[in-house]
Design a binder for this molecule. Structure first.
Ligand SMILES: Nc1nc2c(c(=O)[nH]1)N[C@H]1C(S)=C(S)[C@@H](COP(=O)(O)O)O[C@H]1N2
Ligand SMILES: [Mo]
Length: 392
């Protein structure tokens, strides 16, 4: 195919990009860092998805209690750290977006077409992720579904991109620190100041450290006071724990404070139960220190006290290998109104239908009269205002 001569306008014109930093070696180093960050986000995100959408071939243990806090903390931290790296990488490779001719052959055309879902998917994932952890959701779609689909598209495009660029990275990195032999560009960029490759990389590293320190305190308590950009301070809230969804916004105040409240246990049980708060208090109480580990990346621990899930299932005469669905007072269909208790969580002695938090009767925003709290479980599955347990 014959292409017309290179256009002379704007970014198409020869020499439009003058900085030395538009360089293969820099692109490779940033690309590898991004690839690692995205792989970490993908694996941790997939784990979180599988826990929330149980499948037969994957089972998530209830121990160690902090594991989900770590995988999800890492997911959010790696996503945040990827932002400056992605911006740096896009700037470094920006001349490539205007190469002429647009493609040389079919292989090159496919490789270039793959860059669109890669860049668009990356920006979409990071933007929706940041929006979500800040409770800023100006979009009309379901965040988890969209974030999850976009992750597959982006990772697919990333695998193709890595395959296509591996030889470039190997070549440019093998050259060592020496500037590429093909560089004929002036050492000074268009703006009249000059920065070395090393300086640019350190600048990017500095930006990564800055955004990370500014947010990681929502997971790592000792860094809390530095975390000026963290969406949550895990220590602020009634009874020392943060609240995203209040009883008022969930529309459960009347049902939760009604004297007619009963916790119902039904389904595959020998004896269906319907228990008042007094009934629940008269059962053996069990205490456990457990964190709430939100998918948003924050986690916060409390001392919970209440009826052990396995005790309640035993009283109802459920099978020892029973699983259950926990249903809240919230309108059915609203997000987080229900959650699955898989076997590891149904049998763990520290899985509780909690009535108390930190020595006090559960605050209504923490799920009064009864909330589920179980070890090593995403926050979204720690259902508040529990009304019903459907055993299967
Ligand atoms: N019924 C119900 N339970 C719920 C929620 C909810 O919206 N409704 N939010 C969940 C989420 S996302 C988390 S992280 C934990 C703690 O949320 P909170 O900060 O709103 O208490 O409770 C979970 N339990
Ligand atoms: Mo959450």
């Amino acid at each position: 195919m014959r292409w017309p001569a290179r256009p002379r306008i704007g970014p198409f014109s020869e020499g439009a990009f003058r900085s030395r930093l538009h360089d293969e070696r820099l692109a490779s180093v940033l690309g590898i860092a991004l690839g690692v960050a995205f792989a970490v986000c993908f694996v941790t995100g997939l784990i979180s998805h599988l826990i929330q959408h149980p499948v037969s071939w994957f089972s998530w243990p209830s121990r160690p209690v902090w594991l989900y806090g770590v995988t999800q903390g890492v997911h959010v931290a790696a996503g945040i750290a990827a932002i400056p790296v992605l911006l740096a990488k896009l700037w470094v490779v920006s001349p490539r977006f205007w190469t002429w001719p647009p493609f040389r052959d079919l292989g090159h055309a496919i490789e270039r077409a793959g860059v669109l879902p890669l860049v668009a998917g990356s920006l979409f994932l990071l933007f929706t992720g940041i929006g979500s952890i800040n409770r800023f959701k100006p979009w009309g779609f379901s965040f988890p579904a969209a974030h999850y689909s976009a992750a597959w598209i982006t990772i697919g495009a990333l695998v193709i991109h890595v395959g296509a660029k591996l030889h470039v990275a190997a070549r440019s990195l093998a050259r060592g620190g020496a500037p590429p032999a093909t560089t004929t560009r002036p050492a000074v960029d268009g703006s009249g100041w000059s920065i070395s490759r090393r300086g640019f990389l350190w600048g990017t590293v500095g930006a990564v450290v800055a955004v990370s320190v500014a947010t990681i305190g929502q997971t790592l308590r000792p860094l809390r006071s530095f975390s000026v950009l963290a969406p949550r301070d895990p220590a602020v809230g009634p009874q020392g724990l943060p609240v995203n969804r209040t009883a008022r916004s969930a529309g459960v105040i009347d049902a939760a404070t009604s004297s007619a409240y009963r916790l119902v246990v039904e389904g595959a049980v020998a004896t269906p139960l319907s228990l008042s708060i007094e009934d629940l208090r008269s059962l053996p109480q069990h205490e456990a220190d457990l964190p709430i580990t939100c998918v948003d990346g924050w986690s916060a621990s409390g001392t919970w006290r209440g009826v052990a899930v396995r005790d309640l299932l035993e009283i109802a005469g459920a099978r020892p290998d029973a699983t259950a669905e926990v249903v809240s007072l919230q309108r059915p269909g609203s997000a987080y109104a229900t959650s699955e208790l898989e076997r590891s969580h149904a049998t763990d002695p520290d899985s509780l239908f909690a009535l108390e938090l930190n020595g006090e009767v559960l605050h209504i925003d923490h799920g009064f009269p009864v909330r589920l709290v179980a070890p090593n479980r995403p926050g979204v599955m720690q259902t508040k205002w529990v009304a019903k347990v459907v055993v299967s």
